[in-house]
Write a protein that binds this ligand. Structure first.
Ligand code: HEC
Length: 158
């Protein structure tokens, strides 16, 4: 009996591992700019998403103001304020915008955060980080994107 339980547990664990495999940046499916499925295969953490909005490669508030983050200084005005953004866009649309805003907004200056090819200047700190082996890492990981999106869906005003 003990043996059977052990095997069942191992199978469930293996299934979780497969499910949690991140979608490669080159394999993301955009439908009208929206991405339906979690890029990491996991739910996002809105608290970490709020941190990424102001940190490192994310730094969204350099271009966007967010009332919910008003304790942080220097909100930019390059992009629209993100207050109530979840009333305007679905979760799938928000995921698509954060992963690669250029699909939704042709020619936008918002960086593509989950993209590793098609850059004109590889290695530029803001368009993609080239590694020693020449591979390019996206600005945010799949889980970072999910965390940011899970924060954005909390931004409702209605
Ligand atoms: C370099 C400036 C810049 C940065 C950095 C930036 N954005 Fe944007 N973003 C824009 C601009 C500009 C738009 C408007 C789209 C367009 O060009 O028409 C936009 C649009 C959006 C929209 C749609 C807003 C709406 O109300 O329609 C969302 C959501 C968004 N950005 C989220 C983010 C998040 C999340 C980050 C950080 C991970 C981020 N942006 C980083 C410039 C930026």
């Amino acid at each position: 009996m003990k043996h059977v339980i052990g095997l069942g547990f191992a199978t469930a664990f293996a299934a979780t591992m497969v499910f949690a495999e991140p979608v490669d940046p080159t394999a993301v499916v955009y439908e009208d700019g929206a991405v339906a499925v979690s890029l990491s295969g996991q739910a996002g953490d809105p608290d970490n998403g709020a941190i990424l909005m102001n940190k490192g490669s994310g730094n969204c508030i350099a271009c966007h103001s967010v009332e919910a983050l008003s304790h942080l200084p220097f909100h930019g005005e390059v992009g629209p304020p993100l207050d109530g953004v979840a009333d305007r866009w679905s979760e799938a649309e928000l995921r698509g915008i954060v992963a690669n805003a250029k699909v939704m907004f042709d020619g936008t200056m918002m960086p593509a955060f989950y993209k590793t090819e098609g850059f004109t200047r590889l290695g530029d700190a803001y368009t993609g980080k080239a590694h020693a082996d020449g591979s390019v890492q996206p600005l945010l990981t799949a889980q970072d994107i999910e965390d940011v999106v899970s924060f954005l869906v909390t931004l409702k005003e209605e």
